[in-house]
Design a protein around this ligand. Structure first.
Ligand SMILES: [Zn+2]
Length: 297
C-alpha cells in the first residue's frame, strides 16, 4: 500500500505554531494539524455531517461516549488521533529547520507531509483529509488563522500560510462525495446541533487573482480607514469583524496573483459580503462561494 503523502511547496512562510523549547531542531507539526482539522470540520459541516467545536464546551465525547465524524479521525479526550504527521524534507528526512526560521517554514520550501496511520483510516476519511488539504491550498491558507503584522523586510505584506500541492500518493480517487455524505451520516457518529458560528464551507467566499489593501478591507468590515473606529454595523460586517477575543474572518493575500477568503455564519450574509466585494471592484468572475466548491467535489 502506498503511504499517504502529499508533496508540496510553501508559497509564503508558514507559521507552524512555534517550537517547543529544547526541541529546536524539529518542526512543530501541531499548528498544521490544527489547521487541517479546521478545514476538515468546515467540509464535513458543508456536506451536512456533524462536527463539534473542539475548543468549545460541547466538544466530544458526549455524555454517551460518542464522538463526531471529525473527532473520529483527529481524536478527542479518550480517543487518540488516528495518524501521526511527519514533515519530511525533499530527501524524505524529518525536517530540520534553520535557527532563524524557528517560528516556521520559509517561503519556497519543498516538503512532504506523510500521514502515518496509527489506526486504520477509512477511504472516506482519506478523501476528506485530502480535500481539506487541497481546498486550503487552492483557496485558503494554513498554519494559524491570525495574520502577523506586516514586516518591513518582507516583499509582500506579511502574507503567510500559502502552499501548493505538487503530488499526492495513497489518497483514494474512486470515493464519491455521496459515499462520504452517507458515511458521515450513517455510522453512529455523534449528532450535534451546529452553532452557526462554527465554520461551514457552504458559507465561505473565495476570491482569486485579486486582493484588497487594508483600507478596503476596513471598508468591507465596517471600520474607519485606519481601522480604529467602527463605522457600520451591518450583520455581515459584525460577523466578519469578529469580537474582542475572536479574530476576524476575512484574509487578504498580496502574494501574486492575489487571494482573499473568509466565512460567514449564513448564506444570506455570505451573499451580502459578495455584493459588497463587488462594490470594491472585485470582479464577479474572480469570486467563488464555498457552495460552488462543494458542488464541484
Ligand atoms: Zn467531535
Amino acid at each position: 500500500m502506498n503511504p499517504l503523502e502529499i508533496k508540496l511547496k510553501t508559497l509564503t512562510p508558514i507559521w507552524t505554531g512555534g517550537v517547543e523549547t529544547g526541541k529546536m531542531d524539529r518542526l512543530h507539526e501541531t499548528g498544521i494539524i490544527g489547521s487541517l482539522r479546521w478545514w476538515y470540520e468546515a467540509i464535513v459541516r458543508g456536506l451536512g455531517g456533524h462536527a463539534c467545536d473542539p475548543t468549545g464546551n460541547q466538544s466530544c465525547p458526549d455524555k454517551h461516549g460518542k464522538r463526531c465524524a471529525v473527532c473520529e479521525l483527529f481524536g478527542c479526550t479518550s480517543w487518540q488521533r488516528k495518524f501521526k504527521l511527519l514533515i519530511l524534507d525533499k530527501n524524505k528526512r524529518v525536517f530540520n529547520i534553520k535557527p532563524h526560521e524557528k517560528d516556521g517554514l520559509a517561503e519556497g520550501t519543498p516538503m512532504i507531509w506523510r500521514f502515518v496511520e496509527l489506526r486504520s483510516i477509512c477511504d472516506e476519511e482519506k478523501w476528506l483529509l485530502y480535500q481539506a488539504i487541497r481546498i486550503a491550498s487552492e483557496y485558503g491558507a494554513i498554519g494559524g488563522r491570525t495574520p502577523r503584522k506586516p514586516q518591513n523586510n518582507k516583499k509582500v505584506g506579511g502574507d503567510f500560510g500559502l502552499f501548493s500541492i505538487q503530488q499526492q500518493t495513497g489518497f483514494p480517487q474512486e470515493v464519491s462525495k455521496q459515499d462520504v455524505m452517507n458515511w458521515s451520516q450513517n455510522n453512529g457518529f455523534r449528532q450535534i446541533k451546529p452553532d452557526n458560528k462554527w465554520p461551514n464551507l457552504r458559507w465561505f467566499f473565495f476570491v482569486h487573482n485579486q486582493y484588497l489593501k487594508r483600507e478596503a478591507i476596513n471598508n468591507l468590515i465596517g471600520l474607519s480607514k485606519n481601522g480604529k473606529r467602527i463605522t457600520s454595523h451591518k450583520d455581515f460586517q459584525n460577523a466578519l469583524r469578529g469580537q474582542r477575543a475572536v479574530s476576524k474572518k476575512i484574509f487578504s493575500f498580496e502574494t501574486p496573483p492575489g487571494r482573499i477568503w473568509g466565512y460567514l455564519p449564513s448564506q444570506e450574509m455570505c451573499q451580502k459580503t459578495i455584493a459588497h466585494l463587488q462594490q470594491l471592484e472585485i470582479k464577479p468572475e474572480n469570486i467563488k462561494t464555498g457552495e460552488e466548491v462543494l458542488n464541484e467535489l
